[in-house]
Design a protein around this ligand. Sequence first.
Ligand code: GLA
Length: 376
Amino acid sequence: MLCVRAPGRVNLIGEHTDYNDGYVLPAAISLETRVRARSRNDTRCIIYSDTLDEQAEFDLSAIPEPSELPSGFVRYVVGVAWALQAHTGRTLTGIEATICSDLPLGAGLSSSAAVEAAFAVLWNTLDDLHLDKLTLAQLCQRAEHVYAGVQCGLMDQAASLLSEAGHALFLDTRTLFTQSVALPPQWAIVVADTGKPRALAESEYNLRRAQCEEAVAALQGVLDEGVIALRDVSPEQAMLYLSLIEEPARRRARHVIGENARVLEFLTALRHADAPRVRHLMLASHASLRDDYEVSCTELDAMVDACLHAGAIGARMTGAGFGGACIALVEKTQLEQFLRQAEQHYRQLAPYEPRFYACEAVGGASLCSREYPCAR
Ligand code: GLA
């Protein structure tokens, strides 16, 4: 019997930058997906989701096409098996597995990436594939593209696999350079779920990606230097040339270019536990996502207000947007009061049932051990 854990993530800053070759700074959180599995002597997989009370079956020697699958967790499991088999040229071992999770679904905390990461680590171990975690993250991303139809970047899968406890993970999505950045121990990460389910997230997400590509194509016509992605455009160049791009691609590009610069500034602010700077950058990120990228919503804006009202150091929406959760950084000494006041205030602003999680920054997906026991 093998047991694997894989965490969800929040993103501190660097939103919608990862498919523009940009920078991100997520942290893996202590809300996790766990998979217990027993290997079989054949290539059949029987996967039960305890959380959803649903069972799915498929055969690794005849992997179903995306169009043959219902929506839901099975897509992520089949997608990972498909990506691992395509990469290694091997047929994996069949399993009987149970998934359970304390990660809220649809809250923008990457519950799907956690399922992918857990099964990637599981088969990597079971079949002695010896793939490093970055390669596993890339294969999970491929699974998401092909089997979930979301043209996501690498952030979620990298965060779930590569993070270190007590640290955020800086990732340059072009060079794939990663660095663990220590979080100030006196600050707590609070995930503030608006209770508003995400709507239109997949189609709008893919549309944003296409609009960024449109902006790149337009900039390639005016900038001499090679512009491959919005990552290659500096804030100074943006001031000079963005007016040449049509809306809404112009606004989308302005967000991405500004957000990349904010990530780099945030790294310094975090290293110095510079609360006013952290606050400024988180609020600027949220405003840009709301006004230029247009992926926030009334409830996310209300939650940011509620968190600030309750004394957060900073707050912003986290993840793709269109509903889901915010991240707030809070002084640990003020945590209880913060949680009480933020909830009270949000309830006055929005009709949804909020949920607050004070999280630890945990390590990436792993086999369960004494540090991460199998059952909670
Ligand atoms: C989703 C995607 C990520 C990233 C974020 C937005 O979580 O899966 O790759 O693009 O949205 O920052």
